[in-house]
Design a protein around this ligand. Structure first.
Ligand code: 13P
Length: 342
């Protein structure tokens, strides 16, 4: 596929006021999410849950793309249309998670490397036929006393770049996700330092492996103190530190940065994105590719029951709308209360 087409898809994914729904939970992760509401994770339940998200009326106003999991891209909506086709008919671009998860990194206690490169070229071809137009690969970086090691950072960066190059070769926009985990008691300064080292390695490898920056998106963590840290960071501080870090490392040729939520509360994830856009304009679009922060209230409202589908769809639509507002820095916490009244 021509570089122009990749750029066009990447730009469409970060269209004004819109962002991405990450609904690509692996079997293990979706089981954890279902456990939290006491619902057994069967194929039919997973299909029903994804169906309610994907058939939510009007959400395409705020959602440009959806990341699917291998099982989901092969499933059909309850009314029979294959999910990728259903999404595309609403103007939502289907994407696919292609990594095979983070596995222990050899000779590196407490660190992981993401697997899934073997046979990837063939899998990408199949996913494209199934309707995918973009892909995602997540590397996981843990902050600890003496980690991450340079070994871990560069090994993961190398794999991310190999994946991104293969993805572009297949005509699919890669979403490159180096996630520095927000778990732990580290300070915001430590998060800045580790995120900075991570982005340095990732963009060095991407450049060396000839990845076309105009035809990719970056999916990073925000820079903030760990969840168990004694000092919590304000939205303004998160915005300033995250931008200070990214201005140093992310080429302006990259069309967009689509943040992960990483276990922040849904309102924090929205407010932090809003604060970053409020101090713009920036060289790239700043958007969202949230999993939990878009889905949590919907998952709770659904509770595994068909009679709750409408309430769950309202909850999902509301979060999508709030994050759509955060894309332009126009979000305000009062908007949450107004919606509750509806
Ligand atoms: P969260 O927003 O829940 O972190 O999920 C995003 C994602 O896709 C992680 O890979």
């Amino acid at each position: 596929m021509a570089a122009n087409d990749l750029h066009e898809t990447a730009t469409a994914l970060v269209a004004e006021g819109k962002g991405i729904l990450a609904a690509d939970e692996s079997d293990g992760t979706i089981k954890k999410r279902f456990d939290s509401i006491g619902v057994e994770s069967t194929e039919e339940k997973r299909r029903a849950y994804r169906d309610l998200l994907f058939t939510t009326e009007g959400v395409e106003e705020y959602v440009s793309g959806v990341i699917l999991f291998d099982e989901t891209i092969r499933q059909s909506a309850l009314e029979g249309t294959p999910f990728p086709k259903l999404l595309a008919s609403k103007g939502i671009i289907p994407g696919i998670k292609v990594d095979k998860g983070a596995k222990p990194l050899a000779l590196a206690e407490g660190e992981t490397v993401t697997e899934g490169l073997d046979g990837l070229r063939g899998r990408l071809e199949e996913y494209r036929e199934l309707g995918a137009r973009f892909t995602k690969w997540r590397a996981v970086i843990t902050i600890g006393e003496s980690i991450p090691s340079e070994y871990c950072l560069w090994t993961n960066a190398h794999a991310l770049a190999r994946y991104a190059a293969l993805s572009q070769e297949a005509g699919l926009v890669p979403i490159v996700e180096p996630e520095v985990l927000m778990d732990g008691d580290h300070t915001i300064e430590r998060s800045f330092e580790v995120t900075s080292r991570t982005l340095h390695a990732v963009f060095t490898e991407l450049r060396d492996q000839r990845v076309h920056f105009e035809g990719m998106l970056l999916k990073p963590n925000m820079v903030l103190s760990g969840y168990d840290a004694s000092e919590h960071t304000s939205h303004d501080e998160v915005a300033e530190e995250t931008m200070r870090c990214f201005y140093r490392h992310v080429p302006a040729a990259v069309p967009g940065i689509v943040f992960l939520s990483g276990g922040q509360s849904d309102e924090d994830a929205t407010a932090n994105l809003n604060a970053m856009n409020a101090i713009g304009p920036h060289p790239w679009q700043l958007s969202f590719s949230y999993g939990r922060a878009l889905q949590s209230p919907a998952l709770k409202a659904w509770d595994g029951k068909p009679e709750n589908v409408e309430a769950a769809q309202r909850a999902y639509y509301h979060r999508a709308k709030m994050n759509g507002a955060a894309r332009t820095g126009m979000y305000a916490p009062e908007m949450e209360r107004e919606a509750v009244a509806v």
